[in-house]
Ligand binder design. Structure first.
Ligand SMILES: Nc1ncnc2c1ncn2[C@@H]1O[C@H](COP(=O)(O)OP(=O)(O)OP(=O)(O)O)[C@@H](O)[C@H]1O
Ligand SMILES: [Mg+2]
Length: 358
């Protein structure tokens, strides 16, 4: 007869991770099993992200499985998480302390990249991941305003200290310069600035560094992909045809520089009139989801066009900070992004999505 601990481990083998298609024991998620004198089992399960969308489901299943083991009188399951690092890229220096870099881009301007990047970072932070956001829009930095963060960053031992706000840290040219003065960077200068923002900032220990890119497929995107090992890219688009064309270009550009696509987010998907509840699909409908399926990349969710979202950015308190309806939308999207990152870091065989035009 195996001892109780063995029996508990064996019972836990029925709990499957729905994404990784393996049980939590085989995956090494069960970190400790102890049984006290009264027969109470204390189990710790460590997932690959605190933003795991199936965390609660796995906890319930584990509790049920353990309860079924004869001799167990009570159960306590503690869920923790340890975010895995992106696989090392021999050609690019990792950013000290940063486990994953998530680039947020789009082909077209004004589709809501910065809004999405900032809310995504805050949602990840809120779920317990150590998160930073880097404003790579060095011509027109918006991140400080959206975070409501002001002042100049400190410099300690020649390293810039990122600015804290809403549970995350951030860095932007906006903290360093007078934001009303337009900036003109030449190519080589721009590369130097990107390098500094990535490598000379003391990011500390971060699970996710979200990068808010400027629109298009230009110098900044190229510089980022050459300077840092980007785990994956999230593409933001509106459902409108012109935005989708540009989104496809952005997907192709990231694939060309070997950055995996984590998925597509459809922003400004629809407008729900607060007075009459009429749903207006201002920029057309479902374009983001259809494009994702045509390109063979994950669809990460849709965000409505909404006054509360816009106002929250203007006053520097993004909706993701709150638990309301819109906070929840960003939370779910953040979970899907974290899930894609976990999949990339766990399964070396996950192919880089290939553009498959039908
Ligand atoms: N879902 C939304 N609902 C309402 N307003 C939104 C939404 N998403 C973005 N906005 C607003 O649209 C404008 C453009 O958004 P944002 O600055 O995030 O776009 P962007 O893609 O980063 O632009 P750029 O290409 O200039 O960097 C902002 O005023 C923002 O507040
Ligand atoms: Mg922007």
């Amino acid at each position: 007869m195996p001892d109780l601990k063995e029996q508990i481990l064996s019972a836990l083998r029925v709990v499957q991770d729905p994404d990784l298609h393996q049980d939590i024991v085989t995956l090494g998620f069960v970190r400790s099993v102890t049984i006290d004198a009264a027969g109470k089992a204390n189990v710790t399960i460590c997932l690959t992200t605190p933003a795991c969308p199936v965390k609660d489901q796995l906890k319930v299943q584990a509790e049920q499985a353990i309860r079924g083991v004869p001799g167990v009188t009570d159960v306590s399951v503690i869920m923790t998480a340890e975010v895995r690092s992106a696989k090392p890229d021999g050609n690019k220096a990792p950013i000290e302390g940063v486990r994953n870099i998530i680039a947020v881009g789009s082909g077209k301007g004004g589709v809501g990249k910065s809004t999405t990047a900032v809310n995504l970072a805050i949602a990840l932070g809120k779920m317990g991941a150590r998160t930073g956001v880097l404003d790579a829009d060095i011509y027109g930095p918006n991140v400080p305003g959206m975070l409501g963060a002001t002042g100049r960053p400190k410099v300690i031992d020649n390293r810039i200290i990122p600015m804290p706000a809403h549970g995350i840290v951030s860095m932007s040219m906006g903290y360093m310069i007078d934001t009303d003065t337009p900036l003109v960077w030449r190519g080589p200068m721009l590369h130097g600035v990107m390098k500094q923002l990535l490598h000379e900032v003391k990011w500390g220990s971060l699970d996710y560094l979200v990068i808010d890119l400027p629109p298009g497929t230009g110098d900044v995107q190229l510089s980022l992909s050459q300077t840092a090992p980007v785990t994956g890219a999230v593409i933001v688009t509106t459902p409108q045809n012109v935005a989708l064309q540009d989104a496809r270009r952005a997907v192709a550009m990231f694939q060309k520089v070997n950055v995996p696509i984590l998925g597509i987010i459809e922003n400004m998907s629809y407008y729900l009139c607060p007075k009459c509840s009429h749903r207006d699909e201002i920029f057309d409908s479902a374009g983001g989801e259809n494009t994702a399926s045509r390109l063979g990349v994950p669809f990460l969710g849709r965000i409505p066009l909404n006054t509360t979202i816009r106002e929250s950015m203007d006053v520097g308190r993004p909706v993701a900070v709150t638990d309301g309806e819109y906070g929840k939308i960003y939370e779910e999207i953040a979970q899907r992004v974290a899930q894609q990152v976990s999949l990339l870091n766990t399964d070396s065989k996950r192919p880089i999505a290939v553009v498959r035009e039908k």
